[in-house]
Design a protein around this ligand. Structure first.
Ligand code: IPD
Ligand code: CA
Ligand code: CA
Length: 272
């Protein structure tokens, strides 16, 4: 069995299995494209002062979209580089795609980036895949069935003490507007945890919480395509996901706290 077939078999449900197969296949197709362009010179356009888009974001999005449309015709799609309005809840099924999460890393040859794909139904993630091409790691999850990395079940850490935890975070592109809050949170959290990582790809950071490489992650000013897949992965791996106030997470929430669950109530007060 190849790894797409193994993913569907792990899912043990024909409808969810088909959707998961489509998500895994599209994420591997996007990942193959990113790999082929990774060591080439890039065509870079600026979306903001520090916010890049490369030829690889666009090419990966085209490959992923084509794959999803072929395998699941008729399901609507929200993908970062072609997104227009995504401020309202979507009724029914919707693919949410980040073709290249970690564009800055990709453009600098820093091998921490991923493809992120999730299928939502009435605002809840049902299946998801996050593929890290440089590590050849395929994370996926199925609502109610669990989370896996390259076919093996994954779960969050059992760490209960902040001082024993490794916490991930990220910084928004609009740094000047958020700098005081970012610095104050870093000052507070750095003193209470073992260490902090800012690796540069929110979807992959969430996958790392799901598989126990990080004990928690927080970031604000994120978009649905940054969090859609990682949200399901963390929950299916036994973790907890909320906004900074501890309220249930939603696809349109701009801020996320994801932990191994045990640390959630300890991390939340440090963010507010
Ligand atoms: C970004 C990455 C980064 C996070 C930013 C995101 P992009 O996504 O996930 O880690 O800090 O907030 O926008 O632009 O590389 O897809
Ligand atoms: Ca992203
Ligand atoms: Ca992106």
């Amino acid at each position: 069995m190849n790894r797409i077939a193994i993913a569907a078999a792990n899912c043990r449900n024909s409808r969810q299995g088909l959707l998961l197969k489509a998500a895994c296949k599209a994420s591997l197709a996007g990942g193959a494209l990113l790999t082929s362009l990774y060591n080439q010179p890039h065509i870079i356009r600026m979306k903001g002062k520090t916010d890049l888009v490369t030829e690889a974001d666009l090419a990966a999005e085209a490959a992923i979209t084509a794959s999803l449309q072929e395998d699941t015709p008729g399901i609507a799609l929200l993908a970062e580089e072609s997104a227009k309005d995504h401020t309202s809840d979507h009724e029914g099924q919707l693919w949410i795609v980040d073709p290249l999460d970690g564009t800055t890393n990709f453009a600098h040859g820093f091998p921490y980036f991923a493809v992120s794909i999730a299928l939502f139904d009435h605002g809840r993630p049902q299946v998801c895949a996050i593929y890290s091409p440089c590590m050849d790691e395929l994370f996926y999850a199925c609502a109610g069935k669990g989370a896996w990395l390259n076919g093996e079940p994954i779960k969050v850490t059992a760490t209960c003490q902040l001082i024993e935890s490794l916490i991930g975070t990220g910084f928004p592109y609009d740094i000047p507007r958020h700098l005081p809050e970012l610095i104050s949170q870093l000052k507070t959290i750095l003193l209470q945890v073992r260490d902090i990582r800012r690796a540069g790809a929110a979807a992959l950071d969430l996958a790392y919480v799901a598989c126990g490489r990080l004990d928690g992650f927080y970031e604000r000013e994120l978009q649905p395509w940054d969090t859609a897949a990682g949200w399901l992965l963390v929950e299916e791996a036994g973790g907890r996901v909320s906004d900074y106030a501890g309220k249930p997470f939603s696809a349109l929430a701009r801020e996320i706290v994801a932990t191994n669950s045990s640390l959630h109530h300890k991390l939340l007060p440090l963010l507010t």
